[in-house]
Each structure stands twice: as C-alpha cells, then as structure tokens.
Design a protein around this ligand. Sequence first.
Ligand SMILES: Nc1nc2c(ncn2[C@@H]2O[C@H](COP(=O)(O)OP(=O)(O)OP(=O)(O)O)[C@@H](O)[C@H]2O)c(=O)[nH]1
Ligand SMILES: [Mg+2]
Length: 174
Amino acid sequence: MNLLNLQPMNGETKLKIVIFGAFGAGKTTMIRTLDPGATHIEANCAGGTTTVALDFGRIREDGLAIHLYGTPGQERFGFAREIVARGMDGAVLLIDVSSTVDEFTWHLSDYLHGGGVPFVVFLNHSDSPGAHPDAFSGQFGSSEVRMVSAVDRQQCMDAILEFAATLTSRSRGR
Ligand SMILES: Nc1nc2c(ncn2[C@@H]2O[C@H](COP(=O)(O)OP(=O)(O)OP(=O)(O)O)[C@@H](O)[C@H]2O)c(=O)[nH]1
Ligand SMILES: [Mg+2]
C-alpha cells in the first residue's frame, strides 16, 4: 500500500496541481480564495507575509478532488519547491501583470516547459493598478494563457476547473 499518496476511497479522481510564481505573484491569495479553509505556512515580511514552505487547499467538484499546492516564491526556497512539486499532475505559472516579468519567473517558465508536466499560465493581478495583461500575451510560447484576479473567486474557480478538465481528458486518452 502506498501510504504517501492515498487515493480517495469514494471513486473520486485525485489531481495534484502545483502553483509556481515569483515573490508576491499571488499564489497564496489564489489558494485562499479557492479554499477559504486552506493551510498556509508563512512568515512575516516587509508589508505582509511570504510563504516559507507551502500552501495547501482542496476543491471537490464533479467527482474530482483537486489538491492545490502553492510554492514559496523566494528563490532561496528552491528545496521546498522541489519537494512540493513531486508527483504533480499539472502546474500553474502565476504572473503578476502589474509588474515586469523577472529573471526568476523566466527560469520557472523554462523549468515548466522542459518538465513534461502539463502547465498553464495565469496572468494575475489583472485588477491591480498598472495591470497591463496585453503586454504578456505571446511571451510564454505555446502555453495556454488565462487572465485572472486571485481575489475573484469565480474567475479563479473557472480557470482552475478548466485546467483540471484538460488534465483529466489527457489521462483518459492515455
Ligand atoms: N488586487 C489584487 N491583489 C492581489 C492579487 N493577488 C495577490 N494580491 C496581493 O498581493 C500580495 C501578495 O500576494 P501573495 O498571495 O502573498 O503572493 P505569493 O505569490 O503567495 O507570495 P510569496 O509566497 O511571497 O511568493 C498580497 O497583499 C495579496 O493580497 C490580485 O489578483 N489582485
Ligand atoms: Mg505565498
């Protein structure tokens, strides 16, 4: 028996989706919006909090149990990102479109493009002052891109369920 990856007993399909992105991109906010009961391991930092280990939330919808993991955005927590990423079925790269794309985000984009795991790009902070999402389209190769605001539950839910549906249809096609 695999004690580390228990399948739900009720016939639900389990999906592990991991959210990557730079410091402040909105990973923790998105998981909290999707699951108000989510768990967050954070530390205080200037002006707020930062993830130092992971976020974990769950969505159950239409026979799907989606397990959402948020990663730390600070480069120095690479060891935690590696552990959290293990066994993921799909990945989300979250971009703050009210800012410019930093080196670390390009590094994450390269990692996900090369990783063989399906991934999607969410252009976040679309409601924030100075947001300029149009400038980002076409910058992430052939990846699916979707505009969201991590504080808008309906937008986040639509985006994540649409991505989850692509993952389940892929696995059915295998
Ligand atoms: N208006 C608005 N604020 C957002 C959005 N996403 C995140 N924020 C805010 O941006 C700040 C950083 O968000 P977090 O969710 O902590 O970012 P994070 O990616 O988890 O950051 P790290 O864990 O440090 O990597 C918080 O103050 C959030 O409230 C968004 O879509 N719209
Ligand atoms: Mg965080």
